[in-house]
Each structure stands twice: as C-alpha cells, then as structure tokens.
Ligand binder design. Sequence first.
Ligand SMILES: [Zn+2]
Length: 111
Amino acid sequence: MTRPDDEVEPPVDVAVDREQGVTITWVDGTVSRYGLEELRVNCPCAACRTRRDRGEPAWRPTPGQPPLRIADAELVGAWGLGLAWNDGHTTGIYPWVILRVWAGPDAGAQR
Ligand SMILES: [Zn+2]
C-alpha cells in the first residue's frame, strides 16, 4: 500500500522568478506554474495555517507596501521548497506533494 506522498518525486527543475512566481517541471514532464500571491496566500507554515483556520487570509496586499516578491528561495532536502518573502515572512516550506496537488488534475495529482 502506497501513501500519496510517496508518489511525488522531487521535480527535475525548479525555476524561481522572484517577481512572477515559481515554475516546476515534474519527473513526468508536466510543467506547473505558481503565482506569487497564490503561493503566499496558501503558505503551509503553522502560523499561516492558524490564520486560515480562523477564517482570516494568511496574507493580503497592504496599500503603500511594495509589491509582493520572493526574497529568497532554497531547496529543502528532497521534499520541498523554502520561500522567504519581501514582507519578512520566512517560515513557509512548500512540500512537493502539496505543490503537486495545487497543480490540479492536469498534473495527475490526487486529492
Ligand atoms: Zn506562512
């Protein structure tokens, strides 16, 4: 018996455009693109999950602040991508399995 998260292999390519978002090429050749706001609003860290559980957005645009962008990105072991944001938020680590699910049915993800 195989758990779903065992079925997601690390991508073959991860391209981070700090102004636009993240593009991931999976082992099967599928290419998934994630916008900055989509990634930020769905940040999987505990603090952001808590906010969403309370019905608050994990992030919203702040008038007068510079546009959202990625300040830093790094691969976290074999299982995910860590993103630091220009708003000072640095705790989000995005596991491949979550990114694969977000990519939707076209990427062969199982919900
Ligand atoms: Zn977060």
